[in-house]
Design a binder for this molecule. Structure first.
Ligand code: GLN
Length: 194
């Protein structure tokens, strides 16, 4: 039976539980390293990346998550994506380096720092339309060649994938469908290549 862990140190973890459970899969809230033992994948939610970075260290979860990510899939959303980057361009965040992207926090500026927009997600060879909810969202400044873009807004990448990991700058748990969570479950359930 597949179990999805949701990092629950801080932030918007509850709605991810609802999305995953709607897809018929169990969740486990992850607050301590041992919580990862029974998990097949991990979601790092939105919230405050500086606080989550600190709590990853205080809880002892940082090395446990890094170890987990060597074999299993991680999905980072908004602040979670900042934590998954290789470069967070902010000294207050020590990122996990799971996806080769450089990001900038709160990068849409003050007046328009929250918005929703229609998005085309390319998923397993086809494309679906959803609404992206961007809340004080980060922007991806650059990425390595190994990073695949799954969605863009005005030509800018907003959802990316590298090997078994994926991340988005928006909040998929706030849309009216579960496409992103379903895509993540497909990744988890695929056999890991090398
Ligand atoms: N602005 C937050 C940060 O930089 C992210 C916002 C969010 O997750 N909705 O950590």
């Amino acid at each position: 039976m597949t179990v999805v862990g949701i990092l629950s140190l801080q932030g918007a973890f509850e709605k991810h539980r609802i999305a995953i459970e709607q897809l018929g899969i169990s969740v486990c809230y992850v607050r301590y390293p041992a919580d990862l033992d029974g998990c097949d994948g991990l979601i790092i939610p939105g919230g405050e990346s500086t606080t989550m970075s600190k709590l990853l260290d205080e809880s002892g979860l940082r090395p446990a998550v890094l170890d987990f990510a060597k074999k299993k899939s991680v999905l980072g959303t908004c602040a979670g994506m900042i934590l998954m980057a290789t470069d967070a361009t902010d000294k207050k965040v020590i990122p996990l380096g799971l996806i080769n992207i450089k990001v900038s926090r709160n990068a849409y500026g003050r007046q328009i720092d929250s918005f929703t927009t229609s998005l085309e997600l390319s998923m397993n060879g086809s494309s679906v339309t959803t609404r992206g909810v961007f809340i004080r969202a980060p922007r991806i400044l650059s990425m390595g060649r190994e990073v695949e873009v799954l969605a863009r807004v005005k030509d800018e990448p907003v959802m990316v994938k590298q090997e078994r990991h994926m991340a988005c700058t928006f909040h998929p748990e706030l849309s009216s469908n579960n496409y992103v969570h379903q895509y993540f479950l497909d990744l988890i359930q695929k056999p890991v290549l090398a």
